[in-house]
Design a protein around this ligand. Structure first.
Ligand SMILES: [Zn+2]
Length: 133
């Protein structure tokens, strides 16, 4: 489960930021995760909830994950198609994970109807914002 090491990295980034701002408490961490990052959001939030307990600074923090647009490209004509990402708050709203698994969708190109669309880009994990006091 590589989500755990990703979350560990995220948490140390947050701690560093919090220390720089002399924060006593982190209330929310907002990250952006690309739809093709390979991250299982459920595992990511689960790891966050588990690991934050070991950090007094983060113990009460919420995690908000924003997903960015998925971009598909046609294998035949090269047409690009964008699909909106969703947004998911903390806990276990698994609407995203169940209904949005772009890697396993087979989509025909709307332009030429020939090619198969394959994912292109959108594999980033970015720390967007930290709310703290
Ligand atoms: Zn096409």
């Amino acid at each position: 489960m590589h989500e755990v090491s990703l979350v560990q990295g995220l948490i140390s980034q947050v701690k560093e930021e919090a220390r720089r701002h002399n924060a006593t408490k982190v209330e929310r961490v907002v990250v952006q995760i690309g739809p093709f990052s390979g991250v299982v959001l459920e595992s990511f939030t689960f790891a966050f909830d588990a690991l934050k307990k070991e950090e007094p600074l983060l113990a009460g923090a919420f995690l908000t994950i924003k997903t960015s647009k998925a971009i598909y490209k046609c294998t035949n004509c090269g047409k690009e198609l964008e699909k909106e990402g969703g947004e998911e708050a903390t806990s276990h709203q698994d609407a995203f994970t169940t209904h949005f698994s772009p890697l396993f969708q087979e989509i025909r190109c709307p332009e030429c109807k020939e090619g198969l669309l394959y994912p292109s880009g959108g594999d980033e994990i970015i720390l967007l914002r930290i709310e703290m006091e």
